[in-house]
Design a protein around this ligand. Sequence first.
Ligand code: NAD
Ligand code: ZN
Length: 361
Amino acid sequence: VARKVPVNLGERSYTITIGYEILEECTAELGTFPLEKEVFLLSDREVHKYYGSSLETLIADQGFKVRTYLMPPGEEAKSWEQAGEILEKMLEGNLGRKAPVLALGGGVVGDIAGFVAALYRRGVPFIQIPTTLLAQVDSSVGGKVAVNHPLGKNMLGTFYQPLAVWADLRTLDTLPDNEWRAGLAEVVKYGIIWDEAFFEFLENHTLEILRRDPSVLPEMIERCCQIKAEVVGRDEKDEGLRNILNFGHTLGHALESATHYKEYRHGEAVAIGMYGAMELAYALGMIEKDVVTRVKDILELWELPIRFPAKFLETVIQNLIYDKKVSDKKVLFILPTAIGKVEMVRDIPQDIIRRVVQENL
Ligand code: NAD
Ligand code: ZN
């Protein structure tokens, strides 16, 4: 049976449905929303190849007309130009104000779908159907939608919550292994920032998780969604608490940008960033060494990187100083004080940051 996770945001509340082969029961609920009998399905060519036509059939079975728009796979497509093309198609098709945008795909499709849904006629409903681990545990939940600009990732965006999130775990079967492991970095993140028992669950099931075993996946993905929902429910607009979701991302983003988003998957950069943050917390006397080791062990077991080559050091340090989370020239780091507990720290001297990063290349 499907698991349901509520996201409590007042009038904008919605439910995340998680389970294997849930799309039939989810599409059957389309009729319960106040929608026109027409959907705009946005996907990428890769994902659509696997899951597009069966989803289109399910939607058509509910009496909805489906209009499909396919974009190329990959981060480059999450652009202002691509969003413009999609919006033009919506306009040309004279899509109605109550016709929902459905996002079938990973975080790229989800982010741009939410972005165009927010803009088209000042906002039409949208539904997330995430098909990567990262999208199921992170990007499809919480309403951050954006496209990239050459001057920065996710620089053009807004907060726009979906009507529902449908996470069909069956779609994960076809996800390439490196995408799977990159998603696991964000899974570990939830344990470290929020829930020691969940971290222990991960430690106790590392191999089942690596194999995508159905005996552990529903519980794992549900717990991640619960934590994200809890955090977003308390701080939807990223004014305080929501920052903790950026654990590992301060250094991670600096590295992604230093390598022009080509060298590392987001989750891989986050793994390096989480390990760096652990070492930084240790250097500042905030945690014991064995906590650092626990995190290092699980990342290494899942073959996630924890270090980066020295040739990127200077650019990474430069980027850290110009990170968007900087206020008054001080970088915001999310640092653990134990597994399950983090603090936001702003006043770390630059020479300490540099030393710790350098020592852990
Ligand atoms: P992605 O959407 O690029 O998907 C990765 C690759 O996997 C793509 O090539 C895609 O075609 C393919 N794919 C997707 N599902 C598949 C499946 N089931 N089977 C086979 N192949 C499949 O990448 P992603 O990691 O899902 O998302 C990354 C994006 O998410 C970034 O742009 C990032 O900024 C964004 N993001 C947003 C938030 C948020 O809160 N909105 C949070 C985290 C990340
Ligand atoms: Zn992330």
